[in-house]
Design a protein around this ligand. Structure first.
Ligand code: PLP
Length: 425
C-alpha cells in the first residue's frame, strides 16, 4: 500500500524574498533536467541487452513446434504466454501475446467496441448518443487520450490508497447506462502507486451495471515492478469477476515495456474465453499473427516466471535509490510547512506530489524556467483539468541518481516559492 506523507503546518514558510533568491540561484545553475515521463533509463535497458542475440541463427521453434518466422499464431508464442500466464494469474488459453504496446491493445478494444460493439451490446458504441467512462483520478494521461480520441466523455472518480473509490463507482455505474467502462491500474497505479485491495476488486467486479456491456480495462502495467521486498500481488480480477457472475467484465493488459525494452517489448491481453474470442475475431481482420520471434527471444531470455522476477530485482536495484532520493528530498525540504504531500510508492514508476492548491501549474512553470522539465500540470486528470490545480507527477526513472537529486532539490524550491507567492499575493 502507498503511504502518503502529509505535512502538518509546524513551521512558517521562509520569506518570499529569501525564496526568490534561492530560485534565482537555481536558475543560475543553467540546469537541463527531465522528470517528465516514466521511461526506463539506459542502464535499465542494458539489463536486457543479451536478448538482442536471441533467438540466434537456426533457432525459431516455439514450445508448440510453430516456426516463429512464419505467418500465423494469432494468440502469440506459447512459451512467453506460459510465463506471463503465471505472473498475471490468467489461464494460458485466456492470455494473448501481441505487439510491443499494451496501449495499442487497449485502443484496439475500445475501437472494436466503438465499431462493432461487444456481443451483448445493444449496438456499436459509436451509434450510441453518448458513451461515458469512469476515470479514477489522478490517473494515466494516455488512458484519457484513448477516451478523448473516441469522443468518450470522462467521469472522474477519486483514487484512494486502496484503489478507485468503489462506492462512488458503484453509484454511477448502477444507474447510468451510458457508462460503458472504466480504467483500473491495479498494481502501483500511475501516478499514486496505490495497490488495489481484494475488497475493492470484489466490489468493482460484482457491482450491478446499468450498461449490459460494461467493461473494466484492467491495466496491470506494473504487476512485477516492485521497489521493496514487499512484492505485492493485486487481486485476480478475471477469476473474481467470473465468481461474481460477470465473467466478461474484466479485460486485463500488461507488457514487458518496463521489463525488457520499452520500444520492443511484448504486450498481453487476458480475459474471459468469450472476450478473447471476440477480440481475436476482430483482430484477425487486421493481422495474420504477431511478431513471434520477439516472443521467442523474450521467452528464451527469461526462461521462466522466476526469471522475470529475478530480472525485475535488477531493475529495482537501479530504481529504488532514485525513488528513495525523491522522497528523502521532499521530506527534507518540504516537510513541516504544510504546503505539500506526496506518495511513497512501493513499486511502479511515479511519485505523486500534491502542492498547495492552485499552484501546480506555477510549480511546473517555475521548474521549466529553471531547466527542470516536469509532466504538465493537469496531465493526471481528464481533459488536462485538475480541479484543484495541485497534482504534479514526478517520474525519476530516466535521469541518473545525481540528476534526480539536483532536480528534486530544484522542484522543492519551486514548490515553496509558488506557495509563498499565493500567501503574499
Ligand atoms: N499503462 C500504464 C498505467 C502506464 O503507466 C504505461 C506507461 O507509462 C503504459 C500502460 C504503457 O504501456 P505500453 O508500453 O505497454 O503501451
Amino acid at each position: 500500500m502507498t503511504t502518503t506523507t502529509s505535512s502538518h503546518t509546524i513551521a512558517t514558510l521562509p520569506a518570499l524574498p529569501e525564496l526568490q533568491q534561492a530560485y534565482a540561484e537555481l536558475q543560475a545553475k543553467g540546469l537541463r533536467l527531465d522528470l517528465t515521463r516514466g521511461k526506463p533509463s539506459a542502464e535499465q535497458l542494458d539489463l536486457a541487452e543479451p536478448m538482442l542475440a536471441l533467438p540466434g541463427i537456426g533457432v525459431h521453434a516455439d514450445d508448440s513446434g510453430t516456426d516463429a518466422r512464419n505467418y500465423g499464431g494469432l494468440d502469440g508464442g506459447l512459451a512467453i504466454r506460459r510465463i506471463f500466464a503465471e505472473l498475471l494469474d490468467v489461464p494460458v488459453e485466456q492470455l494473448l501475446a501481441g505487439g510491443n504496446a499494451s496501449l495499442t491493445l487497449m485502443h484496439d478494444v475500445v475501437s472494436f467496441a466503438e465499431l462493432f460493439g461487444f456481443p451483448e451490446s445493444p449496438r456499436p458504441w459509436a451509434r450510441e448518443e453518448k458513451v461515458r467512462w469512469i476515470c479514477p483520478v489522478p490517473g494515466y494521461d494516455r488512458h484519457f487520450t484513448v477516451c478523448e480520441a473516441f469522443g468518450i466523455e470522462m467521469v472522474p472518480v477519486p483514487m484512494t490508497p486502496d484503489g478507485p473509490d468503489a462506492a462512488a463507482v458503484a453509484a454511477l455505474v448502477a444507474t447510468d447506462p451510458t457508462i460503458k467502462g472504466m480504467w483500473v491500474v491495479p498494481t502501483y497505479s500511475n501516478p499514486d502507486g496505490a495497490v488495489l485491495t481484494d475488497d475493492v476488486a470484489r466490489a468493482l467486479v460484482s457491482m450491478p451495471a446499468a450498461a449490459p456491456d460494461f467493461r473494466i480495462l484492467w491495466d496491470n502495467a506494473y504487476a512485477v515492478h516492485h521497489l521493496t521486498d514487499d512484492e505485492v500481488t493485486s487481486p485476480n480480477a478475471i477469476a473474481l469477476a467470473a465468481e461474481a457472475g460477470h465473467p466478461d467484465r474484466v479485460i486485463l493488459f500488461a507488457s514487458t515495456s518496463k521489463i525488457t525494452f520499452a520500444g520492443s517489448g511484448v504486450a498481453f491481453l487476458g480475459s474471459s474465453p468469450a472476450n478473447v474470442a471476440w477480440y481475436k475475431k476482430h483482430l484477425s481482420a487486421a493481422s495474420i499473427g504477431p511478431d513471434k520471434l520477439n516472443h521467442l527471444r523474450h521467452a528464451m531470455f527469461f526462461g521462466s516466471a522466476d526469471g522475470v522476477r529475478e530480472h525485475m530485482r535488477k531493475h529495482r536495484a537501479i530504481l529504488a535509490p532514485k525513488f528513495e532520493a525523491v522522497v528523502e528530498i521532499l521530506a527534507e525540504r518540504l516537510g513541516g510547512y504544510g504546503v505539500a504531500s506526496w506518495t511513497e510508492p512501493k513499486g511502479g514508476y511515479f511519485v505523486s506530489l500534491d502542492v498547495a492548491p492552485g499552484t501546480a501549474s506555477r510549480v511546473v512553470q517555475l521548474a521549466k524556467e529553471a531547466g527542470i522539465a516536469l509532466t504538465p500540470a493537469g496531465a493526471t486528470y481528464p481533459y488536462g483539468r485538475d480541479p484543484e490545480n495541485k497534482n504534479v507527477r514526478l517520474a525519476p526513472s530516466m535521469p541518473p541518481l545525481d540528476e534526480v537529486r539536483t532536480a528534486m532539490d530544484g522542484v522543492a524550491t519551486c514548490v515553496l516559492l509558488a506557495a509563498a507567492e499565493t500567501i503574499t499575493s
